[in-house]
Ligand binder design. Structure first.
Ligand code: FES
Ligand code: FES
Length: 896
C-alpha cells in the first residue's frame, strides 16, 4: 500500500485506481475543510497543495499523491494563522464560507510566491484575478477577496492575530466550520436517488429487488406518489442506501424501471399552445411546487396556464383604452416592449444535503437548510412525530438564496432510508442534481406598455408577465410593479406557464429582478422620450421617501454628473452609464423568539434561526454587545438548532427584522433582572458596570415572545399594502395566515448606478464600476452588510450577462448541469463596487434595521441594460445579454 504525507503526517492511500484524492482527504481522513463542489476542475473548492503547488483534488487520482506532500486548508496556518487567513477575516472576504478553504489554499500559495519574488509590493487587481481565476464564489465575496489578498501580499497581516468582524470567520478560513455534507456518524450510509429519465410518464414497473440483493446495500425504497406519475426529468422515483456512494450508484443502476410515456411539453412557448399536453390534471394540481415565498393569490387555471392573477391592478380598463388610443395616435411618449429573462439557477456551492439518524424514536437531521425550526415542524407533521422527537441542525450552510427553505427530497429520502436501513444516512446531491432539480428563478416573458401624461406624470402602466415555472405555480412578477411608481391606472397581470420541467423555487427577491429588468428599462426609455435625466424622472414619479434620498445621492455622484449623451462615442470600446431602482418588502416573522441569558457570568443568546452566510451570528452578537458595552466576541451566540427557541427562516430578508426586536425586548428584561440582583448584592464601582454586574450575576434567562408588540407604524409611515388597496390588505392577511410572514411599514430600497464598457466588435460587456445605494435602516454589522451588498451586485451581473439554464426542448433534460456549462461570475468579472448605506427611514422599527439580502440585487440587470443603451443606443431586451445577442442587435441597427 502506498502512502502520502498530509499536513506533515503519513497517511495510506487506497489501492483502488479510481479513488480520487478529494474522497481520501474528506472521507477517509475527515479533513473536511477541502470541499467537493463541481467535481470537474472548474470551481477550485477542492484545492490542496501537492508538493507546494495548488492542485484540484477532485480530478487527481489518489494514487498520484503517493510519496508526495499534500497540504490541505487544515495544514495552512495550523500553528499560527497565515497572513492570508487573517486578511480574509479582516476584510470579511467570505459569506457562507463554502468556497473559502479553496481560496485560502490558492491565495496562500500565491502570497508565498509573491512575497518571495516581490517582497511587499502590492499585486494589481489583474494579477490577483489571474491567480484566483480557477475559483468560484456564489456569494460573490470577490470584492473582499481582492482587498484581502492585496493587503496580505503588502505585509499588512504579518503581525498579530485579529478579531474579525464576522463571528465565525476563523472557523471558515481554517476549514473547521462543519457543513451538512461534512457530517459523519459511525456506520453512516450513503443515499442516492434514482431519478426519472422521462419528462412525463406513468411508472408501470419499479423492481427494487436487484438493488436490495446487492452486497453493501442496506435499504431500497420507492419515492413514487400514489398516481405513479412523474412530470419531469429528474423527479425522484426510488432511492438506495449503501456502504458507499459507488455501491449506491451501482444499486441504482440495477433497479428495474419501466414507464409508459405520456405526452410532454417543455418550456414557456410550447406549454402555452392551446393543444399542449396538460401537465397537471385538476386532481393533481396540489402536487405543483411554489416559486414564491408567500402563499400566492387564487387564480383561474386552464390547461398549463394559471392566471391571470390581476389582483393588484387599478382601473385596468382605463389602461387598455388609454394605451390603445396612444398607439392609434402614434404617441411618441408611449413606451412598449417585450422583455425576456432567463432561468437562473441558485447554484449553491454546498449542495442540497441531509444526514438523518434515528436514536430510538428520536430523529436528528442535519440539513443544509434556510429554516431549521420550520423544517422541524414540517418533518414532525409529515411523519406524525412530536416536536420534541425531531431535531434539525444546520451549523453552517453553504448558500441557499431561497432554494433551501422547504422540506426537500434530499431530506425526505435521508429520513426514509435511515428508517429502513436502521442506520444514519447521508444524501448529498451531486452537481448535476444541484443544477437541475433544486429549483430556479423562472424565466419570464414580459409585455409592458408605459404611458406618461401630457403633464409629464405617469398615467398608465400595463404589465403582463408569463413565468416559465415548470412543475410549479405562483410566479409573482407583474404584481410587484404595484408598489413603485404610482400611476393613475395600472393593469398588472401574472401568468404561470406550467410545463414538464423541474419546479422553480423562490430565489433572492422572487419576481423582483425580472420585474425590474422590464420596468426599469421602460422608465429609462420614457426619460429618453421625454428628454429628461433618468434619475430626475424617477424622483418625479416615485415618491417613496427612502428612494427620494437615494435619488439625491445618485444625482450627486461624479460618475453620473459626467455621463455622456446616448451613443456619443465611436470606436470599438464604448462606455455607458445607467441607473435603475429596486425595492423589496420589509418582511418579518411573527412568533420569533430570542432567549438572552447569563450563564457563568457570560451572555448567551439563543434562537432557532441559521446563518446561511448572511451574518446572522454577527448581527446578534453586535446587537447584544452594543447594549451591554461589551465586545461582540464576548457573546456566546447559539443558532442553527431547532431545539432552541423558535426563530425565523432565512428568506425574504426577514431574519434581521425578526430577531432584533425580540432580542431588544429580552435584553431590556434581562437588564432589569441583573440590576435587581445587583441591588441585593451590590457590585463594587467600575467603568464597565455591565461586565462587572454580569460577572456577579447568578444564572438568569429571558425569552422574549412578542416582537409583534414592537412593530408599530410611526405616524406618516404607510404600509405598502395599504398603497395597494383592498387586495393589498388581503394579500397581507394571506401571507401572515399561510406563510407566517408579516409585511411591515416602510420599503427597503436600492438605487444602482453602473458603468459598462461594450466591445462593439465581439459583443462583450464589461461592468467597470457599480455604485449601489441601499436604504435598509441602521446597519448593524457594517463589514458584513458591505459584503452582502457587493455579493448581490455580483449575482445581478451573472443574471444580466451570463446565467441561463439550458434544457433540451424535446426531452426535458437539463443541459447546463455542470459548472462548466452554467456560468456564474468569477473574480475577474468583478467591477469596482462602492456601497452607500442610507441609514434613515426605519426608526419605527425597534432597533431600526431591516434585511438587505434581496433589495441589493434587484436593480443590477436593468442598470446594466440601461448603461449599455447609454453606450451604444440599443436597448437589449433579453437576458442574459450574451455577446451574440449584442452583436446581432448592432448588426440589426447597421442594417436598418
Ligand atoms: Fe474540484 Fe470544483 S470540486 S474544482
Ligand atoms: Fe463563497 Fe459562499 S462565500 S460561496
Amino acid at each position: 500500500m502506498s502512502t502520502m504525507t498530509i499536513n506533515g503526517k503519513p497517511a495510506s492511500l487506497p489501492d483502488d485506481p479510481d479513488a480520487l484524492l478529494v474522497d481520501v482527504v474528506r472521507d477517509a481522513l475527515d479533513l473536511t475543510g477541502t470541499k467537493l463542489v463541481c467535481g470537474a476542475g472548474v470551481c477550485g473548492a477542492c484545492t490542496v497543495l501537492v508538493d507546494g503547488e495548488p492542485a484540484v483534488s477532485c480530478l487527481m487520482p489518489a494514487q498520484s499523491a503517493a510519496n508526495r506532500n499534500v497540504t490541505t486548508v487544515e495544514g495552512i496556518g495550523a500553528a499560527k494563522l497565515h497572513p492570508v487567513q487573517k486578511a480574509f477575516m479582516a476584510h470579511d472576504a467570505l459569506q457562507c464560507g463554502f468556497c473559502t478553504p479553496g481560496f485560502i489554499v490558492e491565495a496562500a500559495a500565491f502570497h508565498d510566491r509573491w512575497r518571495a519574488a516581490k517582497g511587499t509590493a502590492v499585486p494589481s487587481r489583474e494579477e490577483i484575478g489571474a491567480a484566483l481565476s480557477g475559483h468560484l464564489c456564489r456569494c460573490g465575496a470577490y470584492d473582499g477577496i481582492f482587498r484581502a489578498v492585496a493587503d496580505a501580499c503588502a505585509g499588512r497581516f504579518d503581525g498579530n492575530d485579529i478579531l474579525p468582524p464576522r463571528m465565525e470567520a476563523r472557523d471558515k478560513v481554517t476549514g473547521a466550520a462543519k457543513y451538512t455534507v461534512d457530517i459523519h456518524h459511525d456506520g453512516q450510509l450513503e443515499g442516492v436517488i434514482l431519478r426519472s429519465p422521462f419528462a412525463h410518464a406513468r411508472v408501470t414497473e419499479l423492481d427494487l429487488a436487484p438493488a436490495r440483493a446487492m452486497s453493501g446495500v442496506s435499504a431500497a425504497i420507492s419515492l413514487l406518489g400514489d398516481d405513479r406519475i412523474v412530470r419531469y426529468v429528474g423527479e425522484p422515483i426510488a432511492a438506495v442506501a449503501a456502504k458507499d456512494r459507488k455501491t449506491a450508484l451501482a444499486a441504482i443502476a440495477a433497479i428495474k424501471l419501466t414507464g409508459e410515456r405520456l405526452p410532454a411539453v417543455i418550456g414557456l412557448d410550447d406549454a402555452r399552445r392551446p393543444d399542449a399536453p396538460v401537465v397537471f390534471e385538476k386532481s393533481a394540481r396540489k402536487k405543483a411546487g411554489n416559486v414564491s415565498e408567500g402563499g400566492g393569490s387564487p387564480a383561474p387555471w386552464k390547461g398549463n396556464l394559471r392566471g391571470p392573477t390581476a389582483a393588484f391592478s387599478k382601473k385596468p380598463r382605463k389602461v387598455r383604452s388609454w394605451v390603445a388610443d396612444a398607439r392609434a395616435a402614434n404617441d411618441p411618449l408611449l413606451v412598449e416592449g417585450t422583455f425576456r429573462t432567463a432561468t437562473q439557477q441558485h447554484s449553491c456551492l454546498e449542495p442540497h444535503a441531509a444526514v438523518a439518524r434515528f436514536d430510538g424514536d428520536r430523529l436528528t437531521v442535519h440539513v443544509s437548510t434556510q429554516a431549521v425550526f420550520h423544517l422541524m415542524e414540517l418533518i414532525a407533521k409529515r411523519y406524525k412525530l412530536g416536536h420534541d422527537k425531531v431535531r434539525v441542525i444546520a451549523d453552517h450552510v453553504g448558500g441557499g438564496f431561497g432554494s433551501k427553505a422547504s422540506l426537500g427530497a434530499e431530506t425526505i429520502t435521508a429520513i426514509e432510508l435511515a428508517r429502513e436501513a436502521r442506520a444514519p444516512v447521508r444524501v448529498a446531491y451531486d452537481r448535476h442534481e444541484e443544477l437541475s432539480v433544486t429549483g430556479y428563478r423562472p424565466a419570464a416573458e414580459i409585455k409592458i406598455a408605459l404611458l406618461p401624461s401630457e403633464q409629464g406624470e405617469l398615467k398608465a402602466l400595463s404589465f403582463t408577465a408569463y413565468g416559465d415555472t415548470g412543475a410549479a405555480t405562483n410566479s409573482t412578477i407583474a404584481a410587484l410593479a404595484r408598489l413603485i411608481y404610482p400611476a393613475e391606472a395600472k393593469e398588472l397581470i401574472d401568468f404561470d406557464v406550467i410545463s414538464n420541467l423541474p419546479a422553480g423555487a423562490p430565489f433572492r427577491g422572487p419576481g423582483g429582478p425580472p420585474m425590474a429588468f422590464a420596468l426599469e428599462q421602460a422608465i429609462d426609455e420614457a426619460a429618453v422620450r421625454m428628454n429628461l435625466d433618468p434619475i430626475a424622472l424617477r424622483k418625479r414619479w416615485d415618491p417613496d421617501p427612502n428612494r427620494q434620498r437615494l435619488y439625491d445621492w445618485a444625482l450627486s455622484l461624479d460618475i453620473w454628473r459626467g455621463r455622456k449623451p446616448i451613443a456619443a462615442q465611436s470606436g470599438r470600446y464604448r462606455r455607458g452609464i445607467g441607473v435603475a431602482t429596486g425595492y423589496w418588502l420589509y418582511l418579518w416573522q411573527p412568533g420569533s423568539k430570542v432567549e438572552v441569558a447569563v450563564k457563568g457570568g457570560h451572555l448567551v443568546v439563543s434562537t432557532a434561526t441559521q446563518d446561511i452566510g448572511t451574518g446572522t451570528r454577527t448581527v446578534i452578537a453586535n446587537t447584544v454587545a452594543r447594549e451591554f458595552g461589551l465586545e461582540p466576541h464576548e457573546i456566546d451566540v447559539r443558532i442553527g438548532d431547532s431545539k432552541l427557541p423558535e426563530g425565523p427562516g432565512s428568506g425574504g430578508s426577514r431574519v434581521t427584522a425578526s430577531i432584533i426586536p425580540p432580542m431588544l425586548l429580552a435584553i431590556e428584561q434581562l437588564k432589569t433582572a441583573i440590576q435587581q440582583n445587583a441591588k441585593r448584592q451590590p457590585v463594587p464601582g467600575s467603568n464597565a458596570p455591565w461586565r462587572d454586574m454580569l460577572a456577579a450575576s447568578p444564572d438568569l434567562s429571558v425569552s422574549s415572545v412578542r416582537p409583534e408588540d414592537s412593530k408599530k407604524t410611526a405616524p406618516g409611515i404607510v404600509s405598502p399594502l395599504k398603497q395597494a388597496g383592498f387586495m393589498g390588505m388581503i394579500f397581507g392577511w394571506m401571507m401572515r395566515r399561510f406563510s407566517n410572514l408579516a409585511i411591515g411599514a416602510g420599503v427597503p430600497s436600492s438605487v444602482q448606478v453602473v458603468e459598462v464598457e461594450v466591445d462593439t466588435w465581439l459583443g462583450h460587456v464589461r461592468v467597470v464600476n457599480v455604485h449601489t445605494g441601499i436604504a435598509v435602516g441602521k446597519v448593524v454589522a457594517p463589514a458584513l452588510a458591505h459584503s452582502q451588498a457587493a455579493g448581490a451586485v455580483i449575482q445581478g451581473i451573472g443574471y444580466a450577462l451570463y446565467e441561463a439554464r439550458e434544457v433540451d426542448s424535446r426531452t426535458g433534460d437539463v443541459l447546463s448541469g455542470g459548472m462548466e456549462d452554467y456560468r456564474i461570475p468569477g473574480i475577474a468579472d468583478t467591477p469596482e463596487i462602492s456601497v452607500h448605506f442610507d441609514q434613515d427611514g426605519f426608526d419605527h422599527v425597534l432597533g431600526g434595521s431591516v434585511g438587505i439580502g434581496e433589495v441589493a440585487t434587484v436593480p443590477t440587470s436593468p442598470a446594466i441594460a440601461n448603461a449599455i443603451h447609454n453606450a451604444i443606443g440599443i436597448r437589449l431586451t433579453e437576458l442574459p445579454i450574451r455577446p451574440d445577442r449584442l452583436v446581432a442587435a448592432l448588426r440589426g441597427r447597421a442594417a436598418a
